[in-house]
Design a protein around this ligand. Structure first.
Ligand code: C2E
Ligand code: CA
Ligand code: CA
Length: 894
């Protein structure tokens, strides 16, 4: 039982560690981890469940995170690159624009200067119609200062016929033809100037000595001079500005760019293409500061390092999370295992589980509750534990404040509850307080129904203490009762009396009517005892047909009165199945403390008293006295001595002759055993035969007698028969026939010379088997005679059923013959008549007087035996008698 609680606690700990989702915090944690009803299979092999293991979840999460990270970094890279690219593009455009505007500004300022010169009257007069070289070469005219001041490379004047009428070229004094010096479409430009009245000047890019060159041309048109010739006649002044490296450098500087150069651009350089008037492209290029590239240079390594760091962190995290997940999974598995175990135990056990809150209101009841009690779980949830279960509050409190050491094994509280049929049930309540952060939050426990167990126990107790047949206490219980009562110390004023009852000849009832019948008799006897005795009397069946009554206390009836009462109570006939039987009882009585105070001793003394009662002829009682014990001791001593006597050959045989009344001759002799005891002298068989019978010694004794009798008989002068007494004990064993057979073959005596004397008790013990045995003995050729006829239950009628050869009428009948007792005469007469009818010889025993012998002769009795005719004497005496008989009468003819 405590294991379930333990599982529960374990499950809670696991659940807390793993933090499994709990659908309803109101219910106990461990119970929530499993659905309440019906219980599902413990391990769900379903795929959806499988995909939810923490390890797989963690692996998936790590993968997703990695992909997400990579995408983020890729995006960041792309965005950065885009920004860098657009920054670069923007910078190029800006540089371009700067160069263009610097060039434009230059062109504009050149144009302004050019227009100044073109509209300057003095200039006109000095170059038209012909160029005044001297003037032109003068200071501040069309010569060096002009060039140096405005950064020009040449100033030229071209007449209407497109001839170069004046040229001042930097670095050379050679005459220059403008049209050939300036490559490309200068004539077209000139034409346009002359032919378009609105155009005052034109500018364009040309190539001069392989360099891109700004060529600005304006029609000379003075303001202050009237009568100007036709536009087409006017000279054109041309400014040539070659973009050599120096210029380009200064343009670059003005534009804020570095190393502006002409010519094909290097790959990484920015460039600008300007077409000349002929469409030939000039490429300008410069050292381009890429802000985007700088950004990339900073950002990409930063991104890379960040990614690397993140990757490392992720790898570590992955390892850790996988380990944690694996741990969680294994914890979860352990939890599932634990739950499964808990569930199995909960299901397999007959106990049900309950849980309450701190107010002891039920918040959970396991399914077993419904199965076991038949009550509805819902009806009871919310109700108090006390309403459901009846238990001792004191014990509950005691259990509650157990020491931590004892907490491992909760003690069972005996409790009661009513099942759905209102039947009271007994249970064992186990529980534990539930602590949530050191605050008592409720109780949980189990209840195991022990009603059946208790009932079984009670039943078993009853079985172990009561006799199933009579329902009286059995021997065990009686012993226990005696022990208890004796422990109280009986006194002479308040004695303890034991009545030891034994039914007389109950074996006979059993044997003749069957055991079922015997059982019914025993039941009736038990009932009678109950009825006759006061309820305070303890009545037990000791076993078989023995009963024990125990009386205690001061007010006990007189033992003699009670004993007589018992005899009377049982003497009335008992009717079972329309059959009436009479049972009598013998009683041995013993009393404590008078006779002893030890249970075993008292019972033994009661048994001795019973034995005495039996010996006294049954259907009577005897109160124990110490002399009985002495007799018993003596008996035991005799038994011991007899055993030794058989070995030491202390037994003797005497022979009493049997006579034919008619002829007066000895026709046989009865062998009678004697024991010459070393200290007690010669002992009578009446003393030791009963002891031999009780101890079983009678069998070897009888063997000795049979052998000795036969061997002696073989020595006799006449082949008269020898008669040997058999004990009824010998008929109860199944070796009798074999024993006689072996004696016969051993001694080689004529079986017809051996007569076996059997008493009526043999037939009474077991009539059927006795009859069978007698027939078998007859088959051996021996003779059988009925001894002591008339003393027992004998009736003349049954004689015919047995294969007797003769009847020996008991001494008691013969004794009274001399006194003229007519009733006994009639009996003897009847026996003689029956004997004759059944062809049995009739012998009269104990013939002591001549009158008796005479009367027997008159009654036609065949044979006689008795002190008158011959006492039992040693064999020599018989041999002597036989000798005399031979001498006197010779061998008998018959
Ligand atoms: P029982 O078979 O009836 O034997 C005859 C008994 O009567 C003998 O006593 C005998 O001495 C005695 N008796 C004979 N004639 C007279 C008489 O005229 N008057 C009187 N008063 N008594 C007479 P015993 O020898 O003491 O034997 C007693 C019983 O012991 C026998 O009775 C027999 O039942 C039994 N018994 C003796 N020997 C054996 C034996 O070897 N085996 C067995 N199983 N029983 C034996
Ligand atoms: Ca006899
Ligand atoms: Ca006899």
């Amino acid at each position: 039982m405590p294991h379930i609680v333990w599982f529960g606690v374990l499950a809670i700990e696991m659940a807390e560690k793993v933090d499994i989702k709990q659908p309803d915090s109101r219910l106990p944690t461990r119970l929530l981890t499993m659905p309440m009803s019906p219980l599902p299979p413990v391990i769900n092999k379903d795929e959806s469940f499988r995909s939810q293991t923490h390890t797989e979840l963690a692996q998936r999460s790590v993968l997703i995170f990695t992909v997400l990270m990579l995408s983020m970094f890729a995006l960041a890279g792309a965005v950065t690159s885009y920004i860098a690219w657009s920054l670069n593009a923007q910078a190029v455009t800006q540089d371009e624009q700067a160069v263009r505007s610097t060039l434009d500004a230059r062109k504009k300022s050149t144009a302004a200067t050019l227009l100044d010169y073109a509209s300057w009257d003095e200039n006109y007069v000095h170059i038209y119609p012909a160029v005044d070289i001297t003037w032109a070469r003068g200071k501040d005219k069309l010569a060096g200062s002009l060039l140096s001041q405005f950064g020009l490379d040449g100033v030229l004047v071209i007449d209407s016929a497109n001839n170069t009428s004046y040229a001042f070229i930097k670095g050379t004094s050679d005459p220059v033809d403008a049209l050939s010096w300036i490559e490309g479409g200068l004539p077209a430009m000139l034409d346009q100037l002359r032919n378009s009245p609105k155009i005052t000047y034109l500018q364009g890019f040309y190539q001069v000595s392989g360099l891109p060159t700004i060529v600005s041309a304006a029609l000379v048109h003075p303001n202050g001079i009237d009568n100007l010739p036709d536009r087409s006649q006017l000279p054109v002044i041309v400014f040539v500005e070659r973009l050599d490296q120096e210029k380009l450098t200064s343009i670059g500087a003005a534009s804020g760019i570095n190393q502006l150069k002409a010519g094909p651009a290097a790959l990484d350089n920015a460039s600008l293409v300007i077409s000349d008037q002929l469409g030939v492209p000039f490429q300008l290029h410069w050292n381009f500061e890429r802000p985007g590239s700088t950004l990339l240079k900073v950002m990409l390594p930063l991104l890379f390092i960040t990614a690397l760091v993140l990757y490392l962190i992720l790898t570590r995290l992955k390892g850790r999370s996988l380990r944690t997940a694996a741990l969680i999974d294994s914890s979860r598995e352990a939890l599932e295992h634990s739950e499964a175990r808990f569930r199995d135990v909960a299901e397999a056990s007959s106990n049900w589980i309950w849980e309450t809150n701190a107010r002891r209101e039920l918040i959970y009841l396991s399914d077993r509750f419904a199965t076991n009690t038949g009550l509805n779980i819902r009806d009871w949830l919310g109700k108090s534990l006390e309403e459901l279960i009846d238990f001792s509050e004191t014990e509950f409190q005691e259990n509650l404040y157990q020491t931590p050491e004892s907490a491992g094994n909760p003690k069972a509280l005996e409790c009661f509850y009513m099942d759905h049929k209102g039947r009271k049930r007994i249970g064992h309540l186990y529980f534990r307080p539930v602590w949530t952060e050191d605050v008592l939050s409720g109780y949980r426990g189990t209840l195991s129904d022990i009603t059946d167990e208790m009932e079984a126990h009670a039943h078993y107790e009853h079985l172990s203490k009561y006799d199933p047949l009579t329902q009286l206490p059995n021997r065990t219980y009686m012993y226990q009762y005696l022990k208890e009562q004796l422990a109280h110390g009986p006194t002479p004023e308040s004695p303890l009396t034991i009545f030891y009852l034994d039914l007389d000849d109950f074996k006979h009832v059993n044997d003749t009517q069957g055991h079922g019948f015997g059982d019914q008799v025993l039941i009736e006897v038990a009932d009678r005892l109950r009825r006759c005795m006061a309820s305070s009397v303890f009545i037990a069946r000791q076993g078989g047909d023995e009963f024990v009554l125990v009386l205690t206390g001061q007010r006990q009836p007189n033992t003699a009165v009670l004993a007589e009462c018992l005899l009377a109570c049982l003497s009335a006939p008992i009717t079972v199945d329309d059959l009436e039987v009479r049972v009598s009882v013998s009683i041995g009585i013993v009393q404590a403390p008078a006779h002893g105070v030890i249970k075993g001793e008292l019972l033994r003394f009661a048994d001795i008293a019973l034995y005495e009662a039996k010996g006294a002829g049954r259907n009577t009682w005897r109160l124990y006295d110490s002399a009985m014990n002495e007799r018993l001791v003596q008996r035991q001593q005799i038994e011991e001595d007899l055993r030794a006597a058989l070995v030491r050959d202390e037994l003797r045989l005497v022979f009493q002759p049997r006579f034919s009344i008619q002829s007066g001759r000895i026709i046989g002799a009865e062998a009678l055993v004697r024991w010459s005891h070393p200290t007690r002298g010669l002992l009578s068989p009446a003393v030791f035969i009963p002891i031999a019978e009780q101890s079983g010694l009678v069998v070897p004794l009888s063997d000795w007698v049979l052998r000795k009798a036969c061997l002696e008989a073989l020595k006799w002068q006449e082949p008269i028969f020898v008669s040997v007494n058999l004990s009824c004990i010998e008929f109860q064993r199944n070796d009798l026939v074999e024993r006689i057979r072996s004696i016969l073959s051993e001694t080689r005596i004529d079986p017809a010379r051996l007569e076996l004397e059997i008493t009526e008790s043999v037939m009474l013990d077991n009539a059927e088997s006795a009859l069978a045995l007698m027939h078998e003995l007859k088959m051996l050729g021996v003779k059988l005679s009925m001894d002591d006829f008339g003393t027992g239950y004998s009736s003349l009628s049954y004689l015919s059923q047995y294969p007797f050869d003769g009847i020996k009428i008991d001494r008691s009948f013969v004794m009274s013959l001399s006194e003229g007792d007519t009733s006994n005469q009639a009996i003897i007469k009847a026996i003689v008549a029956l004997g004759k009818a059944l062809s049995m010889s009739v012998t009269a025993e104990g013939v002591e007087t001549a009158e008796q012998l005479k009367a027997l002769g008159i009654l036609s009795c065949d044979q006689a035996q008795g002190f008158l005719l011959g006492r039992p004497f040693p064999v020599e005496h018989l041999v002597e008698q036989l000798g005399q008989q031979l001498a006197l009468n010779g061998t008998p003819q018959d």
